[in-house]
Design a protein. Structure first.
Length: 340
C-alpha cells in the first residue's frame, strides 16, 4: 500500500476536522491582528489591571465605583502572570483571546462527539465569528474568560465520567468567579443535565466541588474588601415586564442565523433528542434573565449564550435537511412503484 492510498482515507474521513483547523488558524491570526491594534485598555480593563496590582501589593481595591462587585478571577490571573513577567498590560492583552480560542475548540470537540463534525464546525465557527464575541475578546475583560469556563462546565457535564462531574463543580465555581451573573447560565446547564441523567450521585459530586470554590471566592473577597455584592447595582434591578431589546436587535447581535432559531422549535425531532434540552434551556433562561433587567440592556451581555443560539440555528438546518432527504426517499419509492 502506497503512502498516497494511506493518506487519502484519513483526509476523506477527517476533512471537516482539517477545515476547522484551517479556519481556526486563520481566525487566530485575524483575532490577534486586532489585539495588536489596541493601544489603550478600556476603562473596565483598567479597573481589572489596577485591582490586580492591589491584590499583589495587599492594598485596598480601587478599580471601579464598586470594587467588591468586580468578579476577581480575571484580576487573580493578571496578578499571577505579572508574578512571572512583571507588570505589563500588553502581555495580558495578548493572553485574554486565548480563552475565546480555547472555548471554540472545546465547543467543537464537545459537539463533534454527538452531532458530527459538520454540525460542530457550524456552531463553533459562528460563535467565534460573532461580532460581540470577537470584539470583546480583544480587550482585557471578563467576556472571554466567563465564556471559556461556561463551555468547560458544559463539556464536563456532558461527559459520562464521574471524575468529570467533580471537575465540573470546579469549573462552575470558576464561572462564578469569572463574572457573577453568568453563574445563572452554568447553574441552568447543571440542573438540566442532572434531570436528563437522573443520577443523583453525579449531581452530588458536582455540588461537593462547586460549593467550596464559590465559598472560597466569597470569603477571599470579603476578607479583602470587607463586603461582598454579587451583582453591580445597575444590574440588580429586575422586572416581570421583560424588555424586547434582545429580540429587536437579534439580527444585529447574532446575524441572520437568528431567523432559524424559532424554526428549530417547530420540529418534533428537536424535543425527541434529550441532548438538545440543555441548549434550549440555556437559550431561554439566559434571554429571560437579561431581558428582565430593567436598567441595562447591552449586546455584549449575550456573548455567553451565543453558542446556544447557533446550536439551535444549525439544528434547524439539520431538521430541514432531514425533511428533504425523507421527501427524496419517498419520491424514489413512489417512482419505483409507478413505473412497474
Amino acid at each position: 500500500m502506497t503512502k498516497k492510498t494511506q493518506i487519502w482515507p484519513f483526509l476523506k474521513y477527517h476533512k471537516i476536522d482539517i477545515l476547522f483547523t484551517i479556519f481556526f488558524v486563520a481566525f487566530s491570526v485575524f483575532l490577534y491582528s486586532h489585539v495588536s491594534k489596541v493601544v489603550v485598555p478600556p476603562s473596565d480593563a483598567a479597573d481589572y489591571l489596577v485591582n490586580a496590582r492591589n491584590w499583589l501589593s495587599n492594598t485596598p481595591l480601587e478599580g471601579g465605583t464598586s470594587p467588591e462587585t468586580r468578579a476577581p478571577l480575571i484580576s487573580w490571573i493578571i496578578a499571577g502572570v505579572w508574578l512571572l513577567t512583571g507588570e505589563n498590560w500588553i502581555a495580558i492583552n495578548y493572553l485574554m483571546p486565548i480563552f475565546t480560542l480555547a472555548a471554540g475548540i472545546l465547543l467543537y470537540i464537545l459537539l463533534r462527539k454527538q452531532k458530527g463534525s459538520l454540525f460542530a464546525f457550524g456552531v463553533s465557527a459562528l460563535t467565534m465569528l460573532n461580532p460581540q464575541v470577537f470584539f470583546w475578546s480583544t480587550h482585557i475583560l471578563t467576556e472571554s474568560l466567563s465564556l471559556f469556563f461556561l463551555i468547560l462546565s458544559l463539556y464536563l457535564l456532558k461527559s459520562e465520567k464521574e471524575s468529570h462531574w467533580l471537575l465540573a463543580g470546579i469549573a462552575i465555581g470558576l464561572t462564578f468567579a469569572s463574572r457573577y451573573p453568568i453563574f445563572i447560565q452554568s447553574l441552568t446547564i447543571f440542573v438540566i443535565e442532572v434531570i436528563i441523567r437522573k443520577n443523583p450521585k453525579l449531581a452530588i459530586k458536582t455540588i461537593m466541588t462547586a460549593i467550596p470554590v464559590i465559598t472560597l471566592v466569597v470569603l477571599v473577597v470579603v476578607i479583602k474588601t470587607g463586603t461582598f455584592a454579587g451583582v453591580a447595582e445597575p444590574n440588580s434591578h429586575f422586572t416581570l415586564l421583560l424588555s424586547t431589546f434582545y429580540l429587536e436587535n437579534s439580527i444585529y447581535i447574532w446575524g441572520y442565523a437568528f431567523f432559524l432559531v424559532p424554526i428549530a422549535f417547530l420540529f418534533k425531532k428537536t424535543y425527541s433528542d434529550p441532548y438538545n434540552y440543555t441548549f434550549i434551556a440555556w437559550f431561554i433562561v439566559s434571554l429571560i434573565f437579561w431581558s428582565a433587567n430593567s436598567m441595562f440592556q447591552l449586546p455584549r451581555y449575550t456573548i455567553q449564550y451565543s453558542p446556544a443560539i447557533y446550536y439551535l440555528a444549525i439544528l434547524a438546518i439539520e431538521n430541514i435537511r432531514n425533511i428533504n432527504i425523507t421527501k427524496e426517499s419517498l419520491y424514489g419509492v413512489i417512482k419505483r412503484f409507478t413505473t412497474k
